[in-house]
Design a protein around this ligand. Structure first.
Ligand SMILES: Nc1ncnc2c1ncn2[C@@H]1O[C@H](COP(=O)(O)OP(=O)(O)OP(=O)(O)O)[C@@H](O)[C@H]1O
Length: 221
């Protein structure tokens, strides 16, 4: 498994006590597959993504990324794991305003110390003709596709995607989901997509539902 969460529990301080955001959650995602995580607001989806991204350390349980147990690592080694093995697509494409689409992707590859394949990646997301454009010269859907190309620039083992369609209309949202599942399969990434939107789940390999911090038994698919 490229990504394994085992019995992960995460709590946050809450007044005098603690709020349990994740309650003994286990999730395995194989290379080349896409798992969608759905569930009501406040159920723990973003917390699950933050733990998988090694941005937040759980109270208990294990997070293994590409064979590396992140729960045993200090902050510097976790940052290195993120830089080299994990791609993250945030809800709002946080692109750098002054850089072209090509430069956004190339910069990420350089930071990870790998050869840039920016032209290939932009072609893969359907933006070969827009490589020279800056973010303000792109549509919302195109910006999200640059965001995805950038997250894949260092060939991550694990791709984590937070609400990628929230700013898009139905057709653009469907395109982004199709793109994520295709690229994950082609590039062998283990992909987790958190979404409110159940309209585009047909193409994903698996759907799991998080309710009250637990992965619901008998996942949807
Ligand atoms: N930093 C924090 N401190 C305290 N409580 C938090 C913190 N972050 C999240 N929570 C709480 O943890 C629970 C899970 O939140 P989380 O953001 O993971 O849910 P979610 O499913 O992503 O919600 P949404 O769909 O609304 O984004 C919620 O009850 C939330 O209020």
């Amino acid at each position: 498994m490229s990504l394994s969460l085992t019995d992960v529990t995460l709590t946050y301080p809450d007044g005098d006590g603690r709020l349990t955001a994740l309650d003994a959650v286990s999730l395995d995602v194989a290379a080349g597959t896409t798992t969608a995580v759905v569930g009501p607001s406040g159920s723990g989806k973003s917390s699950l993504l933050a733990v998988a991204a090694t941005l937040v350390t759980p109270d208990a349980g294990r997070v293994v990324v590409a064979g590396v147990d992140a729960t045993d690592l200090g902050p510097a080694r976790r940052a290195e794991l993120r830089r080299t093995r994990i791609g993250i697509v945030f809800q709002q494409p946080n692109l750098i305003p002054s850089l072209t689409a090509f430069e956004q992707v190339e910069l990420m590859a350089r930071l990870a110390g790998v050869r840039s394949r920016a032209a290939d990646l932009l072609a893969a997301v359907g933006l070969a003709d827009h490589a020279h454009r800056r973010p303000h010269q792109l549509s919302g859907g195109q910006r999200q596709r640059v965001n995805i190309a950038r997250a894949l620039a260092h060939d991550p083992a694990v791709l984590l995607v937070d609400e990628p369609t929230s700013a898009l209309d139905h057709a653009r949202g469907a395109e982004v989901f199709a793109l994520l599942t295709r690229l994950s399969a082609e590039r062998g990434a283990a992909t987790v997509v958190v979404t409110h939107d159940r309209a585009h789940l047909d193409g994903v390999d698996r759907v799991v539902e998080v309710v009250d911090g637990r992965v619901r038994a008998g996942a949807v698919r």
